[in-house]
Design a protein around this ligand. Structure first.
Ligand SMILES: CCCCCCCCCC/C=C\CCC/C=C/C(=O)SCCNC(=O)CCNC(=O)[C@H](O)C(C)(C)COP(=O)(O)OP(=O)(O)OC[C@H]1O[C@@H](n2cnc3c(N)ncnc32)[C@H](O)[C@@H]1OP(=O)(O)O
Ligand code: FAD
Length: 670
């Protein structure tokens, strides 16, 4: 299908496709998760690619105002098509994804609706979700303030209950309490879930969620007492500037009591605070949900960058043989392969761990519904850790893919600058990645202490129960081939993660207090958390290979990619593996040798492996990553679209360039 908007012209990558040793259709199914997923994604991608309203080839050339208006137009058109075509929720989500332009609808569907679902009572859900589902109201998630983002408990906005009127008074007491960042808040949202300190009967009960109407449903003007606007331009052209991230100040704005989200806690008519018998952390449930979706976003973004760099690498040629033979495709350089193929493997690894995380989230949600809260800490640690590791790796990889494409990768028409700019903030939003890794570390330290007191850990920390073995085992790897054994790979990752966590726990216990020790050792704790999360990713990839995977050669390719993912981490973090005594220097170099062989085996399959992502040229948005590989014509054509090329002689020539040139000419004649 990826050729659908390609039109059957000459395929410059045909030779590359002919060398593939596996069934690309089968790989598409493995990547997407099912045949149904491939089919529905194809249909939605084609729907978007064939609709002129969803064009995005000149997006980076638009002014902020034009870009914002274009986003409003696309969102409205998408909704129109959703209704006209009676799209299912799955189809509508994919439609939004392939439109590929961040906008208020993301916050509406990904945060506002889930916040009400998770924290609203049945009655509140009925009232607000009915309107939200029909887009009669547009909502956002207003948590972060100018002064605090990571420290949610430090938020300053107040919601003070007034029993005389049965209302909350929503107020921003300081400049730093201004809401700052919520997407869609700046210019679009009519409503928001606003997080504020609940004060009743003179007592501060901490942060709670409240539904507030922000703008008139007649003329869109802000309601009395609400000052609201956009926070200004952001990194890169196009990119996240399509989103109206907003600032909001509240001046004693009154809302009815029943607009406090009351599933987790209530305030009675008399003003009495009542907390339900559920963990207070459920207030953070929306963030857990979104972090889980961000892992899937990361694998998608990474796979787009890799697709561009692989296809371009197969087209781009530099230098020939000394004997004057043909020039070399840059993808054939071993240095390109060792930089790029780990990203290819990571894209698949993140995709599979994202599919598993979605399952975990669904499982935990079902347990929560039946009041089983036991798996909540693990769900928090897994979503926080995986969000952090996958988004950081993705942002770094997109930047490296730009370099892998040389100068042309720096052009907007390569698609890479925008891809980088859109995905970079994923390292910050929904929790700064370091802050989240410290949460994982906290969970690990608790687990280590539970293991020490004889409790058997479960789920993703079950390996810690094997402490006697893992603290002293030596890797059995003795030859390059031994690194093909998944059990050998898993063991060294388990041993490294456990030993790093136990080292941290032992060092913390030497500190004057737990808190001081945690703070002092936080850089080590972050590394221990990364080791644990990488173990999860490696494990889930290995488990994926134990499933039924159909299609000629598909499993074999995935085995190679799994090997690359794991072994490149051993190579990259060799210091960890050596210092914890999990591998010897010799085993480290055997891993590297194995890695080189795997790169050579993947090389003839590289283009087909990125074809399996099944991206249309529209979605990829890259002159370098085109399906047909006709890179140079595309680059040439794209250049002429730039507004600078609208006139042959540029604006400003008469005022600035001509006088300068004339003056210099005159001086030279003197
Ligand atoms: C071309 C592009 C195409 C389009 C692309 C479109 C992409 C669309 C995708 C859209 C997705 C997103 C859009 C971006 C929108 C962004 C939104 C936001 O950023 S919203 C704001 C998010 N804010 C944060 O994440 C704040 C981070 N901070 C926190 O989460 C917490 O405060 C934290 C974790 C730092 C904890 O703080 P603290 O240490 O103070 O602990 P607490 O006292 O609060 O907690 C004690 C206890 O609770 C545990 N805990 C913490 N969090 C959770 C949780 N979520 N679930 C369960 N448990 C939790 C914590 O570990 C402690 O446990 P204990 O047992 O006591 O150790
Ligand atoms: C594009 C974008 C969209 C967003 N959308 C929304 C939205 O829709 N709604 C919303 O409510 N918010 C939104 N946010 C806000 C976002 O959630 C916060 O920016 C994020 O949670 C990080 O918080 P912060 O900005 O306060 O960073 P800070 O916490 O101030 O971080 C600054 C630095 O301090 C470090 N640091 C902080 N605390 C610690 C610690 N305890 N230990 C060690 N290091 C620490 C961090 O690692 C970081 O390097 C958005 C942000 C962005 C960039």
């Amino acid at each position: 299908m990826a050729a659908a908007d390609w039109g059957g012209k000459a395929d410059h990558l045909a030779g590359e496709r002919a060398t593939a040793q596996f069934d690309v259709d089968g790989m598409k199914v493995a990547w997407a998760g099912s045949r149904h997923a491939v089919e529905v994604a194809d249909r939605m991608a084609c729907l978007v690619a064939s609709d002129p309203v969803f064009r995005k080839d000149t997006r980076t050339m638009l002014s902020r105002k034009e870009l914002f208006k274009d986003t409003l137009k696309k969102a409205a058109h998408a909704w129109k098509r959703t209704v006209e075509l009676h799209l299912t929720e799955e189809e509508a989500n994919l439609l939004r994804l392939y439109i590929d332009q961040p906008g208020y609808v993301d916050l509406h569907w990904v945060m506002f609706v889930p916040a009400i679902k998770g924290q609203g009572t049945e009655e509140q859900q009925k009232k607000w979700l009915t309107m939200a589902y029909k887009f009669q109201i547009i909502g956002t998630y207003a948590q972060t303030e100018l002064g605090h983002g990571s420290n949610v408990q430090g938020l300053e906005t107040t919601a003070t209950f007034d029993p005389s009127t049965d209302e909350f008074i929503m107020h921003s007491p300081t400049l730093t309490s201004s809401k700052w960042w919520p997407g869609g808040l700046g210019k679009t949202s009519t409503h928001a879930v606003v997080y504020a300190r609940l004060i009743t009967e003179g007592k501060d009960y901490g942060i709670h969620g409240f539904i507030m109407q922000l703008r008139s449903l007649d003329d869109h003007s802000p309601l009395p007492g609400i000052t609201i606007g956009d926070i200004g331009g952001k990194f890169g052209s196009g990119a996240y500037n399509s989103m109206d991230n907003g600032v909001m100040r509240l001046d004693h704005v009154r809302i009815p009591r029943d607009q406090m989200l009351m599933r987790l806690a209530q305030v009675t008519r008399e003003g009495k605070y009542v907390h339900s018998d559920v963990p207070k952390q459920l207030l953070y449930g929306t963030m857990v949900y979104v972090r889980q979706t961000i892992v899937a976003d990361a694998s998608r973004a990474l796979s787009r960058a890799v697709c561009i760099a692989v296809r371009y690498g197969a087209i781009r040629k530099q230098f020939g043989s000394k004997a004057g033979g043909p020039e070399t495709q840059v993808l054939n350089y071993k240095t390109q392969q060792s930089r790029l193929f780990p990203f290819l493997a990571s894209a698949y690894a993140f995709r599979f761990v994202g599919q598993w995380l979605k399952w975990l989230y669904t499982d935990v949600t079902q347990k929560l519904e039946s009041k089983d809260f036991s798996t909540l800490p693990e769900a928090h640690a897994c979503t926080a850790g995986l969000k952090s590791v996958t988004t950081s790796a993705t942002a770094d990889a997109i930047e490296e893919c730009q370099k892998l494409c040389g100068g042309h990768g720096y052009l907007n028409s390569s698609g890479l600058p925008e891809l980088f700019a859109v995905n970079l903030p994923a390292c910050t939003y929904e929790g700064d990645n370091v802050v989240l890794l410290l949460q994982v570390a906290r969970f690990l330290m608790k687990t280590v202490s539970q293991v020490a007191s004889g409790k058997q850990p479960v789920g993703t920390t079950a390996y810690m129960g094997n402490i006697q073995h893992l603290m002293q085992c030596k890797s059995v790897v003795n030859t390059v081939e031994d690194w093909l054994n998944p059990a050998a790979i898993k063991e060294v990752f388990e041993a490294r993660a456990l030993r790093m966590a136990v080292n941290c726990a032992q060092n913390i216990s030497k500190a004057p207090s737990q808190e001081e020790g945690f703070s002092e050792l936080s850089p080590d704790l972050v590394e221990a958390a990364v080791a644990h999360v990488q173990l999860i990713i490696v494990t889930k990839f290995i488990e994926k290979l134990q499933e039924d995977i159909l299609g000629h050669g598909v499993k074999e390719q995935l085995q190679k990619l799994c090997g690359i993912y794991a072994l490149h981490l051993i190579h990259k973090h060799l210091g960890d593996f050596l210092s914890t005594g999990c591998v010897t220097a010799r085993q480290g170099s055997l891993a590297n040798e194995r890695l080189g062989k795997l790169y050579a085996q993947v090389r003839p399959n590289a283009v087909a492996l990125v074809d399996a992502f099944d991206y249309t040229d529209h979605y990829l948005g890259s002159a370098l990553g085109r399906y047909d590989g006709d890179v140079y014509s595309a680059l040439y054509k794209e250049a002429w679209k730039d507004p600078l090329n609208e006139t042959v002689v540029p604006d400003g020539y008469q005022e600035h360039l001509r006088p300068l040139l004339k003056q210099q000419l005159k001086l030279s004649r003197l």
